[in-house]
Design a protein around this ligand. Structure first.
Ligand SMILES: NC(=O)c1ccc[n+]([C@@H]2O[C@H](COP(=O)([O-])OP(=O)(O)OC[C@H]3O[C@@H](n4cnc5c(N)ncnc54)[C@H](O)[C@@H]3O)[C@@H](O)[C@H]2O)c1
Length: 259
């Protein structure tokens, strides 16, 4: 797949799925602007990738509207255009029942996972309309299925999938495609955080692998390749939620926790 002469913005590009996207898009010839909050991590990724392509790090906390505006403006200043926006930055808080989440925690997560995507789309669209570009929003399989003790996260992800469809309808007239990707289990530093926080890390990793019919988690590179396919090849596809799950959601299995 080839994305030469294109410009891609990837949020949360220093680790996990976002880093996988940065690597895959750089290798496909795209000039990439990517962001995260930590300058050193950004410098590490861009130093490595700039030996084989164009990876430009811009420090940005996506929970801050002004910093998102700056991310878009700096990208256009550097590369002159935007062809693809991948809204990937997001977080899954530790699992707990609703009683233990504060309202403030939910509001903060909405800002990070959802309002950031609305803002980045809003500021990038004037540029994407000029290039008839496309947007890919990182949702989650659990936004469709639900997940135990994850009310706040699931709410943000379900909203991303719905927002994507609504925006796809509005932007079709401008030739801009808007899609989402819903990963199941992709092995990333975020997943490792969950393993480390669990009572039995070995069992948690084994359960994570066994949740898929394919018997393993996906990789960040596999997520990057799906995003590249949507951006570069899937030119008749808009408003679609692309599940990337190794078959986690198909077939019946034990669900009840009632003894
Ligand atoms: N890993 C999975 O199994 C999985 C499954 C479904 C959905 N997702 C979604 O994929 C996305 C990436 O997940 P991951 O597992 O790669 O996570 P990760 O924690 O491994 O990496 C997240 C990246 O986002 C950046 N980031 C976090 N908060 C930020 C902020 N406020 N501003 C800017 N950058 C920020 C981090 O620096 C990092 O580069 C998230 O939206 C997550 O919800 C992941």
């Amino acid at each position: 797949m080839n994305y030469r002469d294109k410009v891609t913005i990837i949020t949360g590009g220093t680790k996990g799925i976002g880093e996988g996207c940065v690597r895959v898009f750089v290798d496909a010839g795209s000039r990439v602007a990517f962001c995260a909050r930590n300058q050193d991590e950004g410098d590490r990724v861009s130093a490595e990738l700039n030996t084989r392509g164009d990876a430009y790090f811009i420090k940005c906390n996506v929970s801050k509207t002004r910093e998102i505006e700056n991310l878009i403006a700096q990208t256009v200043e550097k590369f002159g255009r935007i062809d693809c926006l991948i809204n990937n930055a997001g977080w899954h808080p530790p699992h707990k029942p609703i009683d233990d989440f504060s309202v403030e925690e939910f509001r903060d997560l909405l800002d990070l996972n959802l309002v950031s995507i609305f803002s980045a789309c809003k500021f990038a669209l004037p540029h994407l309309r000029k290039t008839q570009g496309n947007i890919i929003n990182m949702s989650s399989l659990v936004g469709r299925m639900g997940q135990l003790h994850a009310t706040t996260y699931v709410a943000t992800k379900g909203a991303i999938t719905a927002f994507t469809k609504a925006l796809a309808i509005d932007e079709a007239i401008h030739g801009v495609r808007v899609n989402s990707v819903s990963p199941g289990n992709i092995y990333t530093p975020l997943w490792q955080e969950g393993i480390d926080a669990s009572d039995d890390p070995e069992a948690t990793l084994a359960e994570g692998n066994a949740a898929q019919h394919l018997g393993r988690m996906g990789t960040a590179e596999e997520a990057g390749r799906l995003c590249l396919f949507i951006a570069a090849e899937a030119t008749f596809t808009t408003g679609v939620d692309h599940v990337l799950s190794g078959g986690a959601e198909i077939g019946y299995g034990r669900k009840s926790r009632i003894e």
